[in-house]
Design a protein around this ligand. Sequence first.
Ligand code: NAD
Ligand code: DAU
Length: 349
Amino acid sequence: MKKNILITGGAGFIGSHVVRRFVNRYPDYQIINLDALTYAGNLENLKDLESADNYTFRKCDITDIGAVESLFKEFKIHSIIHLAAESHVDRSITNPIDFVMTNVVGTVILLNAFKQFGEVSEGRFYHVSTDEVYGTLGDDGKFTESTPYDPNSPYSASKASSDHFVRAYHETFKLPMVISNCSNNYGSHQFPEKLIPLMIHNIKNSKPLPVYGKGDNIRDWLWVEDHASAIDVIFHEGRLGETYNIGGNNEWKNLDLVHKLCEIMDRKLGRPEGKSAELITFVTDRAGHDFRYAIDASKLENELKWSPSVAFDQGFEKTIDWYLENEAWLDGVTSGAYQSYYSQLYDHR
Ligand code: NAD
Ligand code: DAU
């Protein structure tokens, strides 16, 4: 009998990489991808898997208790890898309620369904979370698993809250769970509301490159497929009840990263050196903008022998190439609703 592994949010950026990895590597799992297909979910991301025997897609909103319970009655769920979420900090500032609904209420609905109908004596509930729950760092130090939660944005507050519910279900109901908190991911299929694909799209179209504040904020960037490999190892070998931090050990100041991107794009687009950088425009800062994130991933590295496989230079070039080679994907996701989102957020900044 195949084990039914439910992956939520599998049509999104990270989820599609996780689904592909699990479908290709684990023929003994039936991978059930549950996704509401919001603006961020796109079945084009998984077209290559449509005919795989061990892959099933169900369109379902995790805030719909009835629909979630029906799915759990249809499939005996062995384990869950929960990625479905509202994931963009700027959207959480303009519309926090959506974040409470999906990230908090939706997560509790899934926990309840798993507790009631899942194979809790054998499987596990894996919550994929973010380093943003720890708040912000100054110039020094890194987040460890024992850093106190101190979320600053409605997004990170909703993810912190969902982490707490997962822990609470473990303590109160002995629900088997594991949580990981990861830094910024980059790679193919990321929705161009996030820094890197947004800048690639704008450079391509010679549009202004909106850098928030002075561009001094620092993020730690990890290749999305290395996040997927960490999720794989934590899902299979992580100790129940534990949290694991995942990071790339690869800190970049936003402005430096945008300059690097401009240099590579000039070369790839055959533009004179320095041309794309002329598009850089400093805009009003994000409200409550966390200054710096940095991850100490030594627990994961030492305990589960995971480390990132791709050097940043290599992963970054591959990422840029993917967006340039997949013009139709980028054009598809930036038509329609994206235009009004973009105007609302950037026109008067
Ligand atoms: P994404 O926005 O690209 O994808 C989210 C997916 O969830 C989409 O497919 C969307 O359709 C689906 N979804 C949203 N609301 C839903 C609902 N109510 N019911 C069912 N499906 C719903 O997000 P991402 O960047 O791939 O992030 C995935 C997970 O990883 C999130 O939980 C996020 O908090 C976490 N995370 C992201 C990063 C990052 O850098 N992107 C880093 C660390 C952790
Ligand atoms: O750290 C993990 C988190 O990383 C994830 O939990 C989130 O889901 C993910 O969206 C990401 O959050 P950030 O806010 O760090 O990512 P974003 O790509 O939105 O922004 C990266 C940095 O770039 C941040 O400091 C804000 C800045 N920025 C972003 C945009 C979209 C700009 O300067 N200009 C922009 O237009």
